[in-house]
Ligand binder design. Structure first.
Ligand code: NAD
Length: 295
């Protein structure tokens, strides 16, 4: 297959390094973000600049989005000057944002009318995984489409799994986010308790890291805990958004998720306290305030 030109929309914490890895893999890339600075940064690495999502889809055969939430993806694709206006028959739209599966399906139906296919392919692995091209990618969509564009996904990820039909990628991502959120909340409770009882965080980490309570989340967050670094990483407002979308789907399926709901409420409270742009480790500050103990 001739190497397609890739269009990339959404050059934030994740999108920027992912787009850079596509360039490094040798693809031509057309970039767009509402932030001119983000586009200039990519242009300095060799990308062509676009003025709208429509221009991106006009100039590429594969269009990727890495945007915050469902309304952002909907606007970029179905809105004025959106991807839909410029997309060519035979091309593919790959949404790598974490959004509601119902929105993916709505977008796919519109793209189909133009002869274009879609995959939902959200990711896990954080900023470090994005920079190193080692993201876990959980994809939904037709197998033929997935197989055809696997090589493009390989420029950004390592463990790449087709989970099922369109929307299934984001179902897997919900599972990932529920597990991550609850582990993070447990870490916050455990470390605040231990500190108040006289065991400092670095010693606690050394003691438990190789036992059953050890985790990738703990390994990732411990340097940030030690230095009280709340710079994102993964913004807590985005984690809250994922849990909100997961709870909406759970409610439609009549599956109670009591602990997810509680953690979503805590994250929502932190967003209200102007900590939405902090790393999701901000949950630690919530437990610290409850206990009157800073670690
Ligand atoms: P971010 O806020 O850092 O970046 C979002 C980017 O989208 C920004 O550059 C913003 O200017 C741009 N944008 C917003 N609306 C736009 C529009 N209509 N058109 C063009 N550009 C627009 O967010 P992020 O951390 O990169 O996350 C992106 C997605 O990836 C989210 O769905 C998030 O949940 C998911 N995700 C994030 C992480 C992480 O660790 N940060 C990990 C896995 C998945």
């Amino acid at each position: 297959m001739k190497r397609p030109t890739i269009g990339f929309i959404g050059l934030g914490i994740m999108g920027k390094p992912m787009a850079k890895n596509i360039l490094k893999a040798g693809y031509a890339l057309v970039a767009y973000d509402i932030s001119d600075r983000a586009v200039e940064d990519l242009a300095a690495c060799g990308a062509a600049k676009a003025q709208s999502p429509r221009e991106v889809s006009c100039k590429s055969e594969v269009v990727i989005t890495m945007l915050p939430d469902s309304p952002d993806v909907e606007k970029a694709v179905l809105g004025k000057d959106g991807v839909l206006e410029g997309i060519k028959p035979g091309s593919v739209f790959i949404d790598m944002s974490s959004i509601a599966p119902s929105v993916s399906k709505k977008i796919a139906a519109e793209l189909e009318k133009k002869g274009a296919a879609m995959l939902d392919a959200p990711v896990s692995g954080g900023e470090t995984g994005a920079i190193n091209g080692e993201l876990s990618i959980m994809a939904g969509g037709e197998k033929e489409v997935f197989d055809k564009y696997l090589e493009v996904l390989r420029a950004m990820g390592k463990n790449i799994v087709r989970v099922g039909d369109l929307g299934a990628g984001n179902v897997a991502k919900f599972a990932n986010q529920i597990i991550g959120a609850i582990i993070l909340e447990a870490i916050a409770e455990a470390f605040v308790l231990a500190k108040k009882a006289g065991v400092p965080p670095d010693i606690l980490y050394d003691a438990i890291k190789d036992g059953v309570a050890g985790s990738r989340m703990l390994d990732l967050k411990i340097p940030m805990i030690k230095t009280r670094n709340f710079k994102p990483g993964f913004k807590i407002k985005l984690h809250q958004k994922d849990l909100k979308n997961a709870l909406l789907m759970a409610s439609e399926l009549n599956i109670p998720l009591p602990v997810t709901a509680l953690v979503q409420q805590i994250m929502g409270a932190l967003v209200n306290k102007n900590k939405g742009d902090w790393d999701n480790l901000a949950i630690l500050t919530f437990i610290e305030e409850l206990g009157g103990e800073e670690i």
